[in-house]
Design a protein around this ligand. Structure first.
Ligand code: BES
Ligand code: MN
Ligand code: ZN
Length: 482
């Protein structure tokens, strides 16, 4: 637990590390001007030596013992006129350099006035997944002081940032956990624990219920696994809700491809194929903790996708919950099958909006790279709502087309549709498939196959499970209450 508090002017501060902004071309931001006054040539000579101008991403670490009441000053480059995400990233870059210090005082929030973004960047950058290492190096950071800010503003920012970062870090933990250590039954236990902690209603359908619930897609995908599958349904039911939103996440705890087996390299990252479910569970935790006055239902179909004597076969026909029939030609296109049941289920309660998050297609990162999610939707408003929430949350999404003239790509010779299409437009074909299961309800789909796993260590991101989507969904639900 990192304690966050409000402090006075920078001239009266003391901490292990002081973190101050530089707005490009040695344009001192708040607090950095004071440091420059105090240190004079000592500072400028040093910055000349290390060629530091204050470009975004650059952090200069200056040992100042004996000169100022800190061990070090970190000058954080933000470039000219940064937005909230650039401040969040700068804060994260500084955060990576204070993991062995106990206390930090900062003025970064005085640029633009985004204390929440500063704290999110700092908290997210402290994340480690080292439970499987014999030598652990946890962050030692205990205290963050926001300088020159009133107590109430600091407390409100601390409340929100801590809840958001805890949720993102929960999603990261769930995504990073090895697949055999976290079967569907474990995700179910965690969902019950979260529901108890933040007062959510929860219903879990187990395989005994699947026939009655007509979860034909989940039955098909789960058939090859020895681990019992589940459909997790969590509900946040505040009094006098201002809206009704459904969030749905793909929860394939391991995607081997099934009988349409993946090659070894393709399987290496497939423990992360439950990222959508992790994002939904983490978002529900945050929504419950923030007590947002919006009715939210979070659904996660969770199962393995395995080959075996009982596995579904290419050529089988499944009937997901809304009654449409699907010819399964490639058992590796399993995400859309389990989502078909989950989307049909939430569409029945006619929410204002359904948003799903899924590591759905390898074609999506081919199109957009690993750090941008694809966004599809069946109404302009649904698309706009997710787009603006993502922009405000600092997550990159890109609106993609959903042309009806591609619908024939998923025509089947014998059923209402097939679960594959041509290789070209693979992510669009998958989105067109999902569209068949939401009826007339406004719906948006996030293909997070790229950003669910961050490919490198940078700013507040840590290589591995990223929790991408949590911040967007929290913001989306908050905006529904505004
Ligand atoms: N989980 C994969 C998609 C994926 C691939 C996510 C790489 C992250 C990285 C999904 O279930 C899948 O296998 N999709 C197939 C669909 C195809 C068979 C139509 C794909 O993308 O190749
Ligand atoms: Mn697959
Ligand atoms: Zn998959």
């Amino acid at each position: 637990m990192i304690e966050i508090n409000a402090g006075g002017p920078v001239a009266e501060a003391s901490a292990d590390v002081l973190v101050v902004p530089v707005l490009g071309d040695r344009n001192w931001g708040p607090g950095a001007d004071w440091v420059a006054d105090q240190l004079g040539d000592f500072l400028t000579d040093y910055l000349d030596e290390i060629d530091f101008e204050g470009k975004p991403g650059a952090v200069a670490s200056l040992p100042v013992r004996d000169r100022l009441p800190f061990k070090r000053v970190l000058l954080v480059g933000l470039g000219q006129d940064p937005d909230a995400e650039q401040v969040r990233q700068g804060s994260g870059s500084a955060g990576k350099k204070v993991t062995r210090d106990a206390s930090v005082a900062t003025t970064l929030h005085l640029v633009g006035g985004w204390p929440v973004a500063v704290l999110e960047g700092l908290l997210l950058s402290q994340y480690r997944f080292d439970k499987y290492r014999t030598e652990k190096k946890p962050s030692k950071l205990e205290q963050v002081t926001l300088l020159d800010i009133d107590e109430a503003t600091a407390a409100a920012a601390a409340f929100r940032a801590t809840i958001v970062a805890d949720a993102v870090n929960l999603a990261r933990d769930l995504i990073n956990e090895p697949p055999s250590a976290q079967p569907p039954s474990t995700l179910v236990k965690i969902a019950y624990r979260l529901a108890g902690e933040v007062d959510l209603d929860i219903t879990v359908f187990d395989p005994d219920n699947f026939e009655d619930e007509r979860f034909g897609g989940l039955i098909g995908v789960a058939a090859g696994s020895h681990q019992p599958a589940a459909m997790i349904v969590m509900r946040h039911e505040p009094p006098d809700p201002k809206g009704h939103i459904a969030i749905v996440g793909k929860g394939i705890v391991f995607d081997s491809g099934g009988l349409s087996l993946k090659p070894p390299a393709g399987m290496e990252s497939m423990k992360t194929d439950m990222s959508g479910a992790a994002v939904v569970m983490a978002t529900m935790q945050a929504i419950g903790a923030l007590k947002i006055p919006v009715r939210v239902v979070g659904v996660a179909p969770v199962t393995e996708n395995m080959p075996g004597g009982g596995a579904q076969r290419p050529g089988d026909v499944l009937t997901p919950r809304n009654g449409k029939t699907v010819e399964v030609l490639n058992t590796d296109a399993e995400g859309r099958l389990v989502l078909a049941d989950a989307l049909s289920l939430v569409a029945e309660e006619e929410p204002d909006l359904i948003v799903d998050a899924a590591t759905l297609t390898g074609a999506c990162p081919v199109a957009l790279g690993e750090k941008i999610a694809g966004l599809w939707g069946n109404t302009d408003e649904a698309i706009e709502r997710v787009k603006s929430a993502a922009a405000e949350a600092g997550e990159s999404v890109w609106h993609m087309p959903l042309p009806s003239f591609y619908r024939k790509n998923i025509d089947s010779d014998i059923a209402d549709m097939k679960n594959t299409g041509p290789r070209y437009g693979g992510s669009i074909n998958a989105a067109l498939f999902l569209k068949e299961f939401v009826g007339d309800v406004p719906w948006a789909h996030l293909d997070i196959a790229g950003p669910a796993r961050w490919p490198d260590d940078e700013h507040y991101q840590v290589k591995g499970g990223s929790g991408f989507g949590v911040r967007t969904l929290i913001r989306l639900i908050e905006k529904a209450a505004e």
